[in-house]
Design a protein around this ligand. Structure first.
Ligand code: ZN
Length: 604
């Protein structure tokens, strides 16, 4: 049974000590559980599949009822039980907020940001009632101009004002991140629905008009993809919360907003009109997170419906939710006219080269990589290139393979878009409604049947090999049917050690050793600090220059420190094996050109 109380759970949150990065948080429970109310903070945040133990950041916590202290017993690393009392029960605590990422919370004199998963204790047993939160301003004249940005609906607050906001349940409360500070506000409409880009951080001469125009194209293209007839957006309002810093990149999706972090240099400058790689990357990030509004926030794997936020939620389907989203993020840029066909094929080639670079692709399938995201993809160590395949990058190539195969085999009558729309109709559109289809995720068996059902083809064997196998995908043949040739660029190959390096002061440290490369065969290891090549000092920046004097077959001596011991190695030099494939569009034949045009043409 679910008992609904109106505003049975009320929170307040206030930036209390900005220099110490502390939020003061309280939760009031009108009717606490008779045998002692349990409070729990999530261990992870949806969209970022790693146990983060947010309760580590609760600095002090206490409870009271009717002015009298109530004992709180800690049950485990993120749960407390209050002694039985009649209520209302008030729990007060401080949260340390100093994680400059989209996943947690951050507070200082320049702004405040939080995800509910970091700050709002779950009141066990009352998750399904209405949750109200009062967002209070920091004290002091210096913060008089601070405003609030969130997609959470206002209860008693003006838009962008401090005051109370409301969520239908706990799941909604923690799915609406909140930004506060003096931010830039860029409003625009996509198919009639209000959208806002909020930018915190100093960004001189920001071209707001260009940003609004480009984002409108991206959002409208996605709305039209999922709802080609009604052009109905899945939300009544959407907010991009962006923090611009010196160097950073990341995003996390939510049901009606996204939290982004980017480099200031990624954002467009007034007067510039060309599409820089940095700005294209930022638009790709916006496109990616916006696509998740349908795909993973509403169409979900069964394992996420509902989430269990206290432990790992295993699913073999992240290749579908992250990989397909990664396929569509750039595809939307070309379909909305923001980049051209040549630029798009370059991006595809980059993804393909990235996957082919790592031998981990021959050992782990994307289904396995999805399942083990918690311990492998999200916790990559120096051995990751030799052990892990990215369900983002290879998942995007699986989407490409399926899309092109469907288009070619149905002579353009069907495409992956039809599969996405079917997923949307069956599992996504009514996910947050009260109807019979609400809250249901897609199972693996349903997904496997759906591809063939929607396309009328027998895609099952291909899908099985692509998702559960470790062979390279047969992309060359299918690209050929679209008049896209897959060739190696014929630039002469210089010799290379086949390592990833990291700068450490003025030293060059090996970050990863690629399996079967020169360094591996010479016995070098990740963590080794390169000292000299044939007796000449290696610095943080000169490795390539030193190697450029050698040819394939040359033998060099390499000195390196492992821990504090100097070691000598002999390396037989070989050409760089990093794949350098290029995708080139051919003007003929006409049938291929027709297919390619239908795939990449500008919509709308
Ligand atoms: Zn994603």
């Amino acid at each position: 049974m679910v008992t609904r109380h109106r505003a049975a759970v009320t929170y307040s949150i206030r930036p209390s000590d900005l220099a110490l990065h502390l939020f003061d948080v309280s939760v009031t429970v009108a009717l606490p559980a008779a045998n002692g109310q349990v409070f729990i903070l999530p261990a992870w945040i949806p969209g970022s599949y790693m146990i983060r133990e947010f309760a580590r950041n609760i600095v002090k916590i206490s409870a009271q009822s009717g002015g009298k202290a109530v004992r709180l017993k800690k049950l485990d690393k993120h749960s407390w039980r209050a002694a039985a009392c009649r209520g209302p029960l008030l729990v007060q605590y401080q949260v340390y907020a100093w994680d400059l990422s989209v996943r947690s919370a951050h507070l200082d004199q320049t702004h405040g940001f939080f995800n509910g998963t970091s700050v709002f204790l779950r009141v066990q047993g009352q998750e399904h009632g209405q949750h109200v939160v009062e967002i209070l301003p920091p004290q002091g004249d210096a913060y008089a101009k601070w405003r609030v940005a969130t997609a959470l609906p206002e209860l008693k607050a003006k838009r962008y004002g401090f005051g109370s906001y409301v969520a239908g349940d706990y799941d909604a409360l923690i799915d609406h991140p909140v930004e506060m500070g003096e931010f830039e506000l860029i409003p625009f409409r996509a198919h009639g629905v209000p959208h806002e880009m909020v930018i915190t951080g100093r960004v001189p001469n920001l071209d707001k008009a260009r940003l609004a125009a480009d984002l409108t194209k991206i959002c409208e293209a996605q709305i039209a993809l999922f709802e080609p007839v009604t052009k109905r957006a899945p939300v009544s309002r959407y907010v991009f919360l962006t923090l611009a810093v010196g160097d950073g990149y990341g995003g996390l999706e939510h049901r009606a907003s996204t939290a982004l972090i980017c480099a200031r240099a990624d954002l467009p400058v007034k007067g510039q009109t060309e599409m820089s790689e940095a700005y294209r990357g930022f638009l790709g990030l916006c496109s990616h997170e916006y696509f998740h509004t349908w795909h993973v926030k509403r169409i979900k794997p069964a394992a996420f419906a509902p989430y269990d936020l206290q432990q790992e939620n295993y699913t073999p389907l992240l290749w579908l939710f992250e990989g397909f989203t990664s396929y569509y993020d750039d595809l939307i840029l070309v379909r909305s006219g923001l980049i051209n066909e040549a630029a798009y094929l370059k991006l595809l080639a980059k993804t393909l080269n990235g996957v082919l670079r790592v031998s981990g692709r021959l050992k782990q399938s994307v289904a396995e990589s999805s399942f083990d995201a918690w311990t492998k993809y999200y916790r990559q160590d120096e051995n990751a290139p030799n052990a892990v395949v990215s369900y983002y990058a290879k998942g995007a190539l699986v989407a490409l393979l399926l899309d092109l195969s469907i288009r070619a085999e149905t002579k353009g009558r069907k495409s992956l878009d039809d599969v996405m729309r079917a997923l949307w109709r069956r599992y996504g559109r009514d996910f947050y409604s009260d109807g019979s289809k609400a809250g249901r995720g897609v199972t693996e068996a349903e997904l496997e049947a759906l591809f063939d059902d929607i396309t009328g083809l027998s895609l099952q064997p291909m899908l099985d090999r692509a998702v559960k196998g470790t062979q390279d995908l047969p992309l060359e043949a299918v690209l050929q049917q679209f008049g896209v040739s897959l060739n190696s660029n014929n630039k002469p190959r210089s010799v290379a050690l086949a390592v990833r390096t990291a700068r450490e002061g003025n030293d060059c440290k090996i970050a990863s050793v690629f399996e079967n490369g020169v360094a591996h065969q010479a016995g070098l290891s990740a963590g080794d600090v390169l000292v000299a090549l044939d007796g000449i000092r290696v610095t943080a920046t000169n490795l390539e220059t030193l190697l450029s004097r050698y040819r394939t077959g040359d033998v060099v001596s390499v000195h390196a420190f492992r821990r504090d011991e100097l070691m000598a190695f002999t390396a037989l030099l070989k050409p760089d094996t990093a794949p350098q494939l290029v995708l080139e569009a051919q003007p003929k034949p006409a049938a291929a050109l027709r297919l390619r045009t239908a795939w990449l043409r500008k919509r709308g």
